[in-house]
Structure formats: C-alpha cells, structure tokens
Design a protein around this ligand. Structure first.
Ligand code: ATP
Ligand code: MG
Length: 308
C-alpha cells in the first residue's frame, strides 16, 4: 500500500533521509521507529506530499507521489502530524466541521460523519469542548478524529502516543487496533520500540536517515540476538538439572536463580532448543517450565542503532 524506492531528502550531507526502501502491505500496521532526528517526520511528510524528495520514488497504492498526483494522494491518506495545530476559539465540532469542509464533504453528510469519527475515537462527549482547553490526551483523540474525517484508506500517524500518560497510551493503542479492524493500513512513528511492538505487524528502524532493519518484531529481535536465554523451572533436584545442562555443548553458561529455577545461555540455532528439553526429560528431570527468555526490545533498539 505504501512503497518507497531509494527515497532521499537531504538537509546537508548528514541530515535528512537517505535511500529509504519502505514496504507496507495493505491492512497492516507498520511502526516506524527511530530516535529524535532520525528522519521519521521527513519521511512521513514526503509520503503525504508535503516535502518534495530530492530523488527516489514513492507510491501510495498504485499511484506514484508526484506533484500532479498529490490531490489524489491526499484523499487516500489521513495524516496526523506530531503537533496539534488549532485555530483558537473553536469548539471540537467547529474544528472537525472545518476539516470536513476542506475535504468538500457536503454539509448534510458532515454532521453524521463528525459524530462517527468522534465515536470511533471515544470522544463523543467532547463535541462542544473548546479545542484550546483540551488536555494532551484529548487533543490526540480529536487529532485522530480529524484524520479520519474523509474516511481515508491509509492513516499516517506521527508520534500518536507522544506525550501521553500510560493509560492514554493504552487507549490510543486500542483505538489504532480498532482502526486496523476497519481495514485501514496504518503507518505510525515512535521513538520507543516496546511502546508499539504489541500492535505492529511490521516495524522499520530508522537511524540517521537510514533504514537499518525492517520486518516483524520477532524477525528483527532474533536476527540481533546473539545468544538465546532459556529459563527452566524443575520439580526435581536443581543441581542434577544444572549438571546435565552444563554437559551440553550448545549450553554456554548455567546459573541457578532460585531453588527450583535456573537460566542458561544457548549458543545453538533456535530449532535445536528442543533437544535441550528432550535431554532433561530423558535424564528424569521433572521440568515444570521451559521457555525462551523474552527479548528486551529496548536492548534490540539500542543494539541496532549502535551498529548503525
Ligand atoms: N526543514 C528542514 N531544514 C533543515 N533540516 C531539517 C528540516 N527538517 C528536518 N531536518 C533535519 O533532518 C533530520 C531529520 O528530522 P526529522 O524531523 O525527520 O526527524 P524525526 O525522526 O521526526 O525526529 P523526532 O523524533 O525528533 O520528531 C534532523 O537532523 C533535522 O534537523
Ligand atoms: Mg518527528
């Protein structure tokens, strides 16, 4: 649904976005992740036709983003910028009506559409609030409602969870997942990887204008993880289990964590993990729990950007 080929925008030699190849399939949520200044907003603005690339191509569906296609692109895309720009002294209703008019939605259809987008973003109760009086969380909701007003197929959300408290972040994630359920294709940006991983089908990690990794969270984390950590809990002698594990070539270290729990580092390939479990069972160890340790996404992100 969104594809870029060597998309480039330079602000001097070091800053900007360089040869970006993004690929976002229809109906998926893509998390575009990178630290401050990585090039997320610049990329997003190029996709929305707000910044002209220096070179490379970008496509929205089968339409190439060119100056003459921008009006078509704008109908397809709902863009939520990272800053909520509002005219003062407007109510939420007037604010949404203004955008509805900008998208040339006929007056008769505007009222039900505004009610619909407010309901989709759980903000129906805010309809008469003054936009300048809204809290950060409320602004994000109304910003999202505005983004949905013309019923775009694609949503491009720049830092939708930025500045939100933990509860509002969870609610924002739920709303975004709901929009995916309605068939929207969604690209969202964040500088925090764990924040998005639960709702994203795919992630792309950008650093200093370059895409360093792209794939599912699992693919990216396992390609970067050097050693697999396995947690084992037993209902039999822990030292016996430790001795058995220590004799396995692919096990590098074994550490007893509690009287029934130990942790080991495994240097083999992932499909070979099951042979460790088999060996424990064959040696009469009563295994209550055997699992691969969750990858710390914070670490993955730091590792990727360090390598970059
Ligand atoms: N209009 C501009 N003129 C000059 N430099 C710019 C311009 N827009 C962006 N840049 C530079 O390009 C780089 C990428 O900026 P961008 O805003 O795309 O980053 P970002 O990933 O969105 O960061 P943040 O997380 O802080 O929002 C930065 O070094 C920024 O200073
Ligand atoms: Mg930005």
């Amino acid at each position: 649904m969104i594809k870029t080929e060597n998309l480039t925008k330079k602000y001097g030699a070091e800053r900007g976005v360089f040869s970006l190849n993004l690929d976002l399939p229809r109906g998926k949520i893509y998390g575009f992740i990178g630290p401050n200044g990585a090039g997320k907003t610049t990329t997003i603005k190029m996709l929305c036709g707000l910044v002209k690339p220096d070179s490379g191509k970008a496509f929205v569906g089968d339409i190439q983003i060119t100056a003459s296609n921008i009006p078509k692109i704008k109908r397809k895309i709902g863009y939520m910028p990272d800053i909520f720009g509002v005219y003062e002294q407007m109510s939420v209703w007037e604010y949404l009506d203004f955008y509805g008019a900008a998208f040339k939605i006929p007056i008769k259809r505007r009222k039900p559409r505004i009610e619909e987008v407010l309901s989709l973003t759980d903000s129906s109760h805010m309809i008469d609030y003054q936009v300048t009086s809204l809290s950060r969380g409320m602004k994000q909701r109304i910003g999202l409602a505005k983004t949905l007003i013309h019923d775009p197929e694609i949503l491009i959300l720049d830092e939708p969870a930025g500045g939100l408290d933990p509860t509002a972040r969870i609610e924002m994630r739920q709303t975004i997942s709901r929009l995916k359920g309605l068939g929207k294709t969604i690209l969202l940006s964040s500088h925090i990887l764990p924040e998005l991983s639960s709702i994203c089908d795919l992630i792309g990690i950008i650093f200093k204008g370059k895409l360093l990794a792209q794939g599912t969270v699992k693919e990216i984390s396992s390609s970067l993880q050097e050693k697999i950590v396995i947690n084992v809990t037993v209902d039999s002698d822990i030292n016996e289990a430790k001795n058995i594990l220590s004799r396995i070539d692919m096990i590098e270290t074994v550490k007893v964590l509690e009287q029934d729990a130990l942790q080991c580092t495994f240097t083999g390939a992932r499909p070979q993990i099951k042979s460790v479990l088999r060996l424990l069972i064959e040696n009469n160890v009563i295994v209550r729990w055997f699992s691969e340790d969750e990858v710390d996404l914070e670490d993955v992100f730091i590792n990727i950007t360090k390598k970059g």
